[in-house]
Design a protein around this ligand. Structure first.
Ligand code: GAF
Length: 392
């Protein structure tokens, strides 16, 4: 926080008016179900994007990316165009979404952005940044939308400006996360329910270090296939089908599209079952549901990667029926999430260190996370260095 406030001061020779922190997320189960109007079960994590902002009265946005030491600038008086800098488009996208809704005053603002969400890992670094920018502008301009409206605005920015047809999960997890809880989201009604994680359980995230390729095109293709299947069945979304209806009506459906649809239908069921299993602290059920979810992503939805499959198998060696593991996020590489009792963490680390590199040539990276609250404006005391606020 102090670093970002300092970056802001250095870049703009003025004080930030406010600082916002917006977390990344890890999804425990319910993958690719969000854009099928289904259910997801993510938690906000302790990696976050940070945004510092102040009005500048110049009729322009001036943006500084602290992690790249890069600048961007564009008029506040018209809809922003695309920038050649990838990072800058995430900020411009949110400004664009505000402008589209008539929520953008012409005064202009200075903004410094930064953060520590690992990029390209499937932990929603871009959604965190967009929710952070949206929260900062919302607070600066006094727009009174709630956290769900904020998430919808950030999703519209991603869909309409960046061009990824993502669902609402990442933005809603970042905006609405709750400390110590996973968030069961009904992606049709956008209702959320905070489900407590059993006290002794830990969320271990393991980055496979597989560089994710083709994510955008394969993601949009999966979405198209799901829409084709929904049209075949004459329903608004795959959320509206159960397995019996699927079996009864699948004739004539392309075999690949049928596999995709069956995965979504089962994954929706598994997500509801997993939330129920968490509520009753049933580790064996969580373990089984996460294993089935991973197998579905590997064999039916076909979004995993051999190295990711290896990581999951290694984690399951340790977890047994006491915890679970599966790939998390959009897929094609990135991270695996494991829910494990605290007592098994050290053994899991040792087992991965002994076998992951030997089997794949890759090195794992481990983060143990605690579910966090969603995006928030930070009190000015927390901008200070430890020395300045007297905590030494
Ligand atoms: C990405 C998307 F942005 C989400 O909306 C979701 O579909 C996820 O992939 C897969 O569950 O993170």
């Amino acid at each position: 926080m102090n670093t970002l406030a300092a970056s802001f001061r250095q870049a703009f020779r003025s004080e930030p008016a406010l600082l916002v922190r917006a977390p990344g997320r890890v999804n425990l189960i319910g993958e690719h179900t969000d854009y099928n109007d289904g259910f997801v079960l993510p938690c906000a994590i302790d990696f976050a994007a940070t945004v510092a902002v102040a009005p500048n009265g110049l009729g322009r946005f001036r943006v500084y990316a602290a992690d790249y030491a890069a600048h961007d600038e564009f008029p506040a008086t018209q809809l922003p165009a695309h920038s050649p800098q990838t990072w800058a488009n995430y900020v411009r996208a949110v400004v664009w979404a505000f402008a589209q809704r008539g929520l953008l005053p012409p005064h202009g603002a200075d903004m410094a952005v930064g953060g520590n969400v690992p990029q390209g890992a499937g932990l929603s670094s871009s959604a965190a940044l967009q929710v952070g920018v949206a929260k900062a502008l919302q607070t600066l301009y006094g727009w009174d939308g709630d956290a769900t409206a904020l998430a919808q605005l950030a999703q519209a920015a991603e869909n309409g400006f960046v061009g990824c047809r993502c669902g609402i999960m990442d933005q809603l997890a970042s905006a609405r996360g709750r400390a110590g809880h996973a968030l069961l989201i009904d992606c049709r009604s956008l209702e959320t329910e905070a489900v407590p994680l059993p006290q002794d359980w830990r969320v271990m995230i393991v980055h496979s270090n597989v560089q994710r390729g083709l994510v955008g095109s394969e993601y949009n293709l999966r979405r198209q296939q799901c829409e084709t299947a929904a049209r075949h069945f004459g329903v608004a979304a795959l959320r509206d089908l159960d397995e019996a209806a699927f079996e009864a009506g699948k004739r004539g459906l392309d075999a690949t599209v049928a596999r995709r649809a069956r995965y979504i239908i089962r994954e929706n069921r598994r997500t509801l079952d997993a939330a129920e299993a968490l509520r009753r602290n049933d580790a064996a059920a969580v373990s089984r549901l996460m294993a089935q979810s991973h197998a579905g992503m590997r064999d039916e939805f076909e979004i995993t990667h051999p190295a990711v499959d290896t990581l999951v198998a290694l984690l399951n060696d340790v977890a047994g029926t006491h915890g679970g593991a599966r790939m998390t996020g959009g897929g094609f590489g990135g991270c695996v999430v494991a829910l494990l009792p605290q007592a098994l963490l050290a053994e899991a680390r040792q087992h991965l260190a002994a076998h992951y590199h030997a089997r794949t040539g890759l090195r794992e990276q481990i983060f143990v996370c605690t579910p966090q609250n969603g995006a928030a404006v930070l009190p000015p005391e927390s901008w200070q260095t430890p020395e300045q606020n007297g905590n030494g």
